[in-house]
Design a protein around this ligand. Structure first.
Ligand code: CDP
Ligand code: CDP
Length: 222
């Protein structure tokens, strides 16, 4: 079977990374979590005390450091140079700042360059906000996942509970809404459904059900 590119976009907690990982494993494809790349840069900016509005300093960070992934049997690890930051980039201070860092055009240009290199040979499942519109505009399969904000906040709440992190539901919901707002209203490559993407409203859908729906779409491309 020909190796294709699969782009999965959508707002926070719509299930992108969960289904992208499952699909990549089933297909034997590379999984590329572009959100983790913006998170890693934000983490670097925090640790180095860089102003989130300082576009040039953020680009310099991209040039000075190497963000990379390592796939293990269990999970995908994220590295900045040789330091493993997989957990650190999921902390609330990073989550609350990442959409500010990600709004800068020159920062996005650097990230897109890296992402296109990863996706060049095909056989990739890439998830983010601008994959179908900007990073892989020629992807054979483009999916736009959505779900109601209440359900997305409930998913994150449950996930946090399972990890033993105590969170307030209303705060979580507000943070998701704020990030969706910033991501969809920024000037450069905002979160937007590509014209040729298939939208799946996953409200009330289980993970397996979503995976199956995407597999059916993939099967029409082979
Ligand atoms: O998993 P979650 O929905 O929390 O977000 P993520 O995929 O880890 O992405 C974190 C943030 O990075 C998003 O809220 C966007 O601000 C930014 N991002 C982006 O601008 N473009 C992408 N292709 C991926 C993420
Ligand atoms: O990557 P993104 O932010 O779009 O979402 P995610 O991290 O894949 O999913 C957020 C949470 O929702 C995870 O705990 C998933 O297990 C859960 N989820 C779900 O309950 N039902 C789905 N259909 C998809 C994801």
């Amino acid at each position: 079977m020909k190796k294709i590119s699969i782009a999965i976009d959508g707002p926070a907690s719509s299930g992108k990374s969960t289904v992208a990982k499952i699909l990549a494993k089933k297909l034997g494809y590379i999984y590329c979590d572009t959100g983790a790349m913006y998170r890693a840069l934000t983490y670097l900016a925090i640790t180095k005390n860089i102003d989130f509005e300082d576009e040039k300093a953020l680009v310099d960070l991209c040039l000075e450091h190497r963000i990379s992934f390592e796939q293990t049997e269990k999970e995908q690890l994220v590295f900045i140079d040789r330091a493993q930051v997989t957990e650190a980039i999921r902390q609330p201070d990073v989550t609350n700042a990442v959409s500010i860092v990600a709004k800068h055009g020159a920062v996005r240009a650097k990230m897109v360059e890296l992402q296109q290199m990863i996706g060049r040979a095909g056989g990739v499942v890439m998830d983010g906000r601008d994959i179908g519109t900007a990073v892989l505009p020629d992807a054979e399969v483009k999916i736009f996942l959505v779900a109601s904000v209440i359900e997305r906040a409930q998913r994150r709440y449950k996930e946090n509970q399972e990890k033993g992190i105590s969170t307030d539901f209303e705060t979580l919901k507000k943070e998701i809404e704020q990030r969706d707002y910033l991501d969809s209203t920024r000037k450069v490559s905002p979160l937007k459904q590509a014209v040729d993407a298939v939208k799946i409203d996953t409200t009330g859908m289980g993970i397996e059900e979503v995976v199956k729906a995407i597999e059916e779409i993939i099967s029409t491309k082979n």
